[in-house]
Every structure is written in C-alpha cells, then in structure tokens.
Write a new protein. Structure first.
Length: 289
C-alpha cells in the first residue's frame, strides 16, 4: 500500500472522531460495565501466553515514538536480534491492564516471529494492578478518543517512516482488540493487516466499507463482554462488503482466553488463536496478502 508522509497523516486528525473507535457515551458505559464483569475475578498475572519464549533471540528497548498533548509517549520496541534491514512492523496494543511486563513479553514473542513490534502506551504511563484501576484507565482513554488516535497514528509513522517497515499491521487484546479495529478504521488504506482479539466491534457497514486490509477476528463463544451476536453482525457486514476477513469463534471459550495478562487463560483456544495469528501475519505482512 502507498505510504503517506507524517504531515499527511497528522492532517488526517480532523477526521479522527468520524473514523476512530469512539462510541456513544451510553454504549461506552455499557461496554465498560461488561468488561468489569468479565474481569471480576481476574488479575494482571503472567500466564503461558506471555511466558512462552520467542522463537528467535530478540533485542528490545524502551523508545519514544510519539508526542501527544505535549507529552512524550514511551513504548517498547522489539525485533529479532540477528535481523538486518527493515522488517514488517506490528503495532501492539495492550489489554485493559496497560503496558505492563506481560505485554512486553508478548511483544518479544511477536518479534520472534520476524517482526519489529512496537507496544504502544494508551494509558499515559499508568498500569493497573486491579480491576477498578483498569476500569478507570480504560474509561478515561475511551472518553478522549482523539488522543488515542493521535497516539496510534504516530505509532504507524514511527514504524513505517522512522523504522522503514515495508508493511505495518496492528494487534490487540480486549481493550486493545477494539483499538486494533480502531487503528484499521483510522488508517483504512494504509494499515496492511489487523488482528482483533475479542475487542469492541463496529458493525455499521458504512463505517467498515473503507477498510482495505485483511482482518483476523478471534472470539470466545461464551464471552459476555463481546456478545456473539455482535461478532456475527461484524462478520456479516464484512462479508457483505466483500472484505478479506477471517472470523473465528472458539467453542466454550470465555472473554480474555488468550490475554497476555490474566487468569482467564484457556490453553486450547489460546494456542489455536496463536497459530491463526502467526499464519495470518505471515500471509499479510511478509508475503503481501
């Protein structure tokens, strides 16, 4: 896909509220309350998703990739240690706990598949250790969508222009899954792939029509936070528009079954979703779709 200059991308900010992940206040509140119920007995502990070692040795460091509202934003960049030259890029969007050590570990695991992976920070340097804090951070971020969109737009510029990535995709879980779709809507003809792990969905065909990248959506059948009827509406809308989209629903799986942090881990569904993710990213970012 053709690349825009940083100036052109920043000029697109005037359209951000029209294309981003924002929803009506009542819908936002209802979604946040569902997330709180799904994580009622959860905690941001490590699990096998984030504890698995990368396939390749990885080098990683903290990087400043954006400035939002006059404040520098620090993320976490990882890539295979022995790789030379530009690699496909991944915008890695944290779950509702924030950019914690488990997301950093997951970013290294993704980098080990042959990518330069940038874990972004949408929480302004804060992380949650409990459900109430996560709820507050998620709600505050979703109430200022323009700032989150500016953050993600600059993450794309960082990978595409400063790191020279020949293709850039997005991936996120839960809160981050919704913002992975939000990134696709924000950059509908620039982003090369989007992976959505049980994120809040847009089902309006008029909004989805602009999307030009392949999409992978991974959901749990028993997820009450992202109801199955919304997943099927999303799938139906994309199919009706002729989009390159694969939507997978795992029988018996609940919300956050593959989160890098948390106690909702379900081994079989998480491993199958990882294999889907690896194959999808290889097809779309390494082999041009």
């Amino acid at each position: 896909m053709a690349r825009l200059s940083p100036i052109s991308l920043l000029a697109a900010a005037v359209m951000s509220l029209a294309v981003g992940c924002g929803a009506a206040p009542d819908e936002q509140r209802e979604h946040a309350e569902r997330m709180a119920r799904e994580h009622a007995h959860d905690a941001p502990v490590a699990n096998p998703v984030s504890e698995s070692a990368p396939a390749l040795e990885v080098a990683a460091s903290e990087v400043q990739y954006a400035t939002v509202d006059g404040r520098a934003v620090t993320g976490y960049l990882a890539r295979p240690a022995a790789a030379e030259g530009p690699l496909p890029g991944l915008i890695v969007i944290h779950e509702w706990w924030g950019l914690n050590d488990n997301i950093r570990a997951m970013t290294r695991r993704l980098a080990g598949e042959g990518y330069q992976a940038l874990a972004v920070d949408l929480y302004r340097g804060e992380v949650a250790a409990d459900r109430d804090t996560a709820f507050s951070l998620m709600t505050a971020t979703n109430e200022r969508p323009a700032a989150a969109e500016d953050n993600l737009r600059q993450a794309y510029v960082f990978l595409a222009d400063r790191q020279g990535a020949p293709a850039v995709g997005s991936i996120g879980w839960c809160f981050g899954g919704g913002w992975s779709l939000g990134t696709a809507l924000l950059l509908p003809d620039r982003l090369d792939a989007a992976v959505i792990y049980y994120g809040h969905l847009v089902t309006d065909p008029q909004r989805l029509a602009a999307l030009q990248m392949p999409i992978l959506g991974l959901f749990g059948e028993q997820d009450k936070g992202i109801p199955i009827d919304s997943v099927r509406s999303f799938e139906h809308a994309l199919a009706g528009l002729g989009k390159d989209a694969r939507i997978v629903v795992y029988p018996g799986a609940d919300h956050a079954f593959a989160n890098p942090s948390g106690m909702n881990y379900q081994a079989e569904a998480a491993e199958k979703a990882w294999q889907e993710t690896v194959a999808f990213l290889a097809r779309t970012l390494k082999h041009g779709g």
